[in-house]
Design a protein around this ligand. Structure first.
Ligand code: SF4
Ligand code: SF4
Length: 87
């Protein structure tokens, strides 16, 4: 089953993942750790998909593995973000 079928985004989340491209060293750890494949590397700098707010499971792993601290992850405020409809 596609993970996209399991989640539903609640409006009002705002940007909860920010990337400081000046700090990114292109190591690719965010790409490897993200279970829903929201990250990519272009010109040796990480980017996250534009629609990440609808797909992200808010596990926080990307922020944890980024050694240079290029990823600023903040859990969405209560009552926003992702709800699990099944599972
Ligand atoms: S883990 Fe951090 S430093 Fe490594 S590619 Fe991702 S954003 Fe860049
Ligand atoms: S919080 Fe988890 S699911 Fe969301 S982008 Fe980061 S690693 Fe992927």
């Amino acid at each position: 089953m596609d993970v996209n079928d399991l989640t539903n985004h609640i409006p009002g989340t705002g940007d909860f993942i920010k990337i400081d491209q000046n700090k990114c060293n292109g190591c690719g750890m965010c790409v490897r750790i993200c279970i829903v494949n929201l990250w990519g590397i272009k010109n040796n700098i990480a980017f996250i998909r534009d629609d990440y707010k609808e797909k992200c499971l808010e596990c926080g792993s990307c922020g944890q593995v980024c050694e240079p601290g290029a990823i600023d992850f903040n859990y969405p405020a209560g009552g926003t973000g992702v709800i699990f409809e099944r599972g």
